[in-house]
Design a protein around this ligand. Structure first.
Ligand code: SAM
Length: 237
């Protein structure tokens, strides 16, 4: 049985939402929520499901782990994690209530086992205590966050020393792919930005700046729109 709950905004998050004008992200995902899963499958030529499985595997989830899924959206990454370890507990945090409602439907329809809590939260300011999570994951859940530096510091704060962080995000193609890189920067990014409210993240830079040891970095290219990078490592506090 999956326990699903949608928590209401915390007071301080409401203030933050207004200050940072996060409402445009919410508007974007209110629009996308009913068709997000299909649209993302099409955009990635159905590779997104495979990528989420890889993210889940790299998490190395264990029994009783508390896992934070950042920008959980429709909950598909959290579900992959529970498929690997039903005795873990996943906390899926997302700013969009409509995406979380879709996640709720996905959890119910897949009859997954395990505990999956859906939290209506802004990642830039979470109300979790320091050192709470054993694993932190994000599949395309970080690119839409306006202040990535602040959000990443917050992620490290709520992770335990030695916790694993696994993130998959849109990235620039490698330097030798000059043409693809130019297309990516001048055509794909402006388009994707409008479509998904999204932009590139320098994941490795953020890991290094915040004492997260990079253990792996894999380029995942050849999506119809955009390329992505899987970066994973361990928090050193
Ligand atoms: C491209 S979707 C990714 C969804 C999902 N992780 C997946 O694998 O498809 C990005 C998600 O991040 C959420 N998001 C954007 N900014 C956020 C923030 N500051 N705090 C929490 N969630 C945020 C959006 O609402 C959206 O559901």
């Amino acid at each position: 049985m999956v326990k699903s709950e949608i928590f209401k905004y915390y007071k301080n998050n409401i203030i933050l939402i207004m200050n940072l004008n996060i409402d445009s992200t919410q508007r974007t995902y209110r629009f996308w929520a009913p068709m997000y899963d299909l649209a993302h499958h099409v955009q990635t030529i159905w590779q997104d499901s495979e990528y989420r499985k890889i993210v889940a595997e790299k998490t190395q989830v264990k029994e009783n782990d508390l896992v934070l899924d950042i920008g959980t959206g429709t909950g598909l990454t959290g579900l992959e994690i529970l498929a690997l370890e039903p005795n873990a507990t996943v906390f899926g945090a997302d700013i969009s209530e409509e995406m979380l409602k879709k996640a709720y439907e996905n959890i119910e329809s897949r009859e997954a086992t395990g505990s999956f809590y859906l939290l209506n939260k802004n990642i830039e300011q979470m109300s979790f205590k320091d050192n709470t999570f054993d694993k932190i994951v994000s599949a395309y859940g970080f690119g839409g966050i306006p202040d990535k530096e602040k959000a990443f510091r917050e992620i490290v704060r709520v992770g335990k020393n030695g916790s694993r962080i696994v993130m998959l995000e849109m990235c620039e193609p490698p330097e030798q792919m000059t043409v693809k890189r130019a297309l990516h920067n001048y055509m794909v990014v402006p388009f994707i930005k409008r479509l998904w409210h999204f932009e590139n993240s320098d994941l490795e830079g953020l890991f290094l700046k915040n004492n997260v040891e990079v253990e792996g970095s894999e380029y995942k290219g050849d999506l119809i729109l955009g390329s992505s990078k899987l970066v994973y490592g361990t928090i050193n506090k």
